[in-house]
Ligand binder design. Structure first.
Ligand SMILES: Nc1ncnc2c1ncn2[C@@H]1O[C@H](COP(=O)(O)OP(=O)(O)O)[C@@H](O)[C@H]1O
Ligand SMILES: [Mg+2]
Length: 283
């Protein structure tokens, strides 16, 4: 019995531990028997075993419950570690719950107890834990279909106010009925300063993966297309997408803008009687 799962057994949230799935970067995931069915129990590794890359790009703008917690988080204390730890977990639970209710294909969450999340087990057509996208080979048609499905999920996520932040072939499972998105502790609000940068990185990573099977996907630009619609308040869950984005070819006329500002300033100075005539101007 993995010690971290004992509290769940004691609280009757799980009946048995069946085995461990492949350990990921930040967490260990076990198959457990819970309420008579197979579910997954996600246990975060201790903070010091973990490798969240440049954590601050995700945590910027997150709020702490109070200033003591906020101070602790920036320190090396045990309380600080626990605070950082529970931040990632509660972000994941919150994101999974919100996204499921927005119709995004993510695992259902059943419970969150003593630092362990109990999740729906995503299964393949034989009822086994579903493989990651990275572990499957796709035909060209299947790759296109799957990429299109994921772009739709990404639109639904953005409509619900979320950017995944670590979306790749390692965090998408191929279920019997299509791709399912997992692993959301680093999810960020779409209103955060760096949201577009992370959104674009997610989509570029996916395009790189899918273009191994369907090369034309490499030249698509869903990131700019979707983000522009989103910024203009035009993104809806069923908005049609082309994968194509026309970047503006008009060069910004910086010189013209500076002249314009100077002219306005000059007019103001004349109006206030500070300088006399427009032909006094020195530039
Ligand atoms: N709900 C689930 N159903 C089936 N397998 C899962 C589920 N959640 C996670 N896994 C498996 O556990 C692995 C690690 O989980 P993940 O949430 O990606 O954590 P990590 O941060 O460690 O990458 C995944 O790659 C996947 O194989
Ligand atoms: Mg993962």
């Amino acid at each position: 019995m993995p010690p971290r799962l004992q509290p769940l057994l004691d609280a009757n949230l799980i009946e048995d531990v069946v085995g461990q799935l492949k350990s990921g970067k930040e967490a260990e995931v076990y198959v457990v028997l819970s309420a008579g069915e197979y579910r997954c129990a996600k246990v975060y590794k201790e903070a010091n075993n973990r490798s969240f890359k440049n954590a601050s790009q995700y945590t910027e703008g997150r709020k702490s419950r109070n200033s003591r917690d906020a101070r602790a988080k920036n320190s090396g204390s045990r309380h600080g570690r626990e605070e950082r730890e529970s931040d990632w977990q509660s972000t994941e639970v919150e994101a999974l719950t919100m996204l499921a209710s927005a119709g995004v294909r993510v695992p259902k969450t059943f419970d969150y107890y003593e630092g362990v999340i109990l999740l729906e087990m995503i299964v393949d057509s034989e009822g086994n834990a579903a493989p990651r996208l990275n572990d499957v080979t796709l035909t060209k048609e299947k790759a296109r279909e799957c990429h299109t499905m994921i772009m739709r999920q990404v639109v639904l996520m953005l409509c619900a106010g979320y950017v995944h932040g670590d979306l790749s072939e390692f965090n998408i499972l191929m279920a019997h009925d299509g791709p399912v998105i997992i692993d959301l502790p680093q999810a960020i609000q779409s209103t955060a300063n760096n949201a577009f940068r992370l959104f674009q990185r997610d989509l570029v990573q996916l395009a790189a993966y899918f273009s191994r099977f369907a090369p034309e996907i490499a030249s698509s630009d869903y990131a700019h297309e979707i983000w522009k619609l989103y910024e203009n308040g035009k993104l809806k869950p069923d908005t049609k997408l082309t994968g194509y984005f026309q970047h503006s070819t008009k060069k910004a006329d910086v010189r013209g803008m500076i002249d314009e500002i100077k002219a306005v300033e000059e007019e103001e100075l004349i109006r206030r009687g500070v300088i006399k005539k427009p032909y006094d101007k020195k530039w």
